[in-house]
Design a protein around this ligand. Sequence first.
Ligand SMILES: [Zn+2]
Length: 154
Amino acid sequence: MNHQDIFEELFAVAQTSKDPRGVVSACLVRNGEIIASAASSDDGDEHAENVLLNNFEQSTEGVVLYCTLEPCSLRVRGQFVDCVSAIAGASITHVIYGARDPGQSDLTHRRCEESGITLEQVDDPQIIERCALLFNDTVDPQLSQEQAPRKPLD
Ligand SMILES: [Zn+2]
């Protein structure tokens, strides 16, 4: 599967989530094939990466994590593990994401570098735009007003 095929599958998986804080999906790819996938939880508490990695028990050697949104490195609500920590904890060393998260990007890049994780944005403007729309179109504005206002993703 190429990037396009993998992200098409991520967009299909995203349809299974009702996450009111913005839907994100993620998958694990080994030798060009998707071996596991997940979307963010319907209550918005568990990020796609958490759902994915909590349910994955195989070796992650040679596995690349793909996600529609740049992984978070800081959770402000509740007692949840941020996704960079979850990825590092799962010994995954290569991440390819779609949309950038402006509020987290600098810290995420720094922490990935420290943890030996290669973080790469997919090189396809159309995929990036669809990933941003997926998130932005599923954010409940009332919920985001209760939280710190989020800048639209780019
Ligand atoms: Zn996260």
